[in-house]
Ligand binder design. Structure first.
Ligand SMILES: [Zn+2]
Length: 272
């Protein structure tokens, strides 16, 4: 091992330590306000947390193996822990029993997602190898009466609404938690393959569904730019590398409004 590699390892372990140093949080009374240097290591494919020394996270590693082909890059607007408010927003827009709450949460999420897409636009273009011309959404496991919730969301996001839509539908192959399959979805309609296509979903957990959609599009001849999602589900207790990533990303990526209870945000009071 060369001296440079040793220094790199030292830096990684310093970041891990900083992420767990209670004094870092105590001084400000909250989590550190933004990214620190060096940044927490992230997965080459999904930009999620990765064990120090690894290029890809466990999920992407498994997905590459099951698919047998390269993954598309993934970017998300916010990271969330299951059960916290950002997660409740992403549930509410799909599943809340009140149509008014579903409508309002979808509108707010669309506004915030649009703001993030514009803010991150240059970085996304670099990661995705250029701009996208078309949009495909990952088919929902439970489409609602008015279509898949993510389609409702995309229609409300100004920077996505104008793009050509590539309709994906559910096909025969199952998608497992860590098993992606190009035959899980199919391209509907008679669009001639073109692109690049941006694949959009509301949440990413392992990436299996999104990467299945990517593989399906590629199989049909489309060029895929990458995947974007509103939220990334994380469990910071999985390991110190996840906790470090969480401490760094949550403060500057989770929109402030999403920290509030979705049911407390009444129509007409969206500027929280
Ligand atoms: Zn990954």
């Amino acid at each position: 091992m060369g001296a440079g590699e040793t220094r790199g390892d030292d830096r990684v372990s310093q970041v891990e330590t900083a992420g767990h140093d209670p004094s870092v949080r105590d001084r400000a009374g909250r989590d550190p306000p933004g990214p620190r240097w060096p940044p927490a290591p992230s997965c080459l494919s999904c930009d999620g947390p990765v064990r120090p020394g690894s290029l890809r996270c466990y999920c992407c590693d498994r997905l590459v193996r099951t698919l047998g082909r390269p993954l598309a890059p993934v970017a998300t607007a916010c990271a969330y822990r299951v059960g916290e408010q950002a997660h409740r927003w992403l549930r509410a827009y799909k599943d809340d029993p009140s149509p008014a709450v579903r409508t309002v949460t979808a509108r707010v999420l669309a506004e915030r997602f649009d703001a993030w897409l514009r803010w991150a636009g240059d970085d996304l273009a670099v990661r995705f190898g250029g701009p996208w011309e078309a949009v495909a959404t990952v088919p929902s496991t439970r489409p609602g009466r008015h279509g898949a919730p993510v389609d409702v969301l995309v229609r409300s996001v100004p920077s996505l609404a104008g793009a050509t839509r590539v309709p994906l539908v559910r096909a025969s192959a199952p998608v497992g938690h860590l098993v992606a399959d190009a035959r899980a979805f199919a391209v509907a309609g008679g669009l001639r393959p073109d692109g690049p296509v941006l694949v959009v979903d509301d949440t990413v957990t392992t990436g299996a569904r999104a990467q299945s959609a990517v593989a399906c599009l590629r199989l049909a001849g489309w060029r895929v730019a990458g995947v974007v999602a509103v939220g990334r589900a994380l469990d910071p207790t999985v390991g110190p590398w996840v906790a470090t990533y969480w401490a760094e990303r949550r403060g500057w990526q989770v929109p402030a409004l999403l920290a509030r209870d979705p049911r407390a945000v009444a129509p007409g009071r969206l500027d929280g």
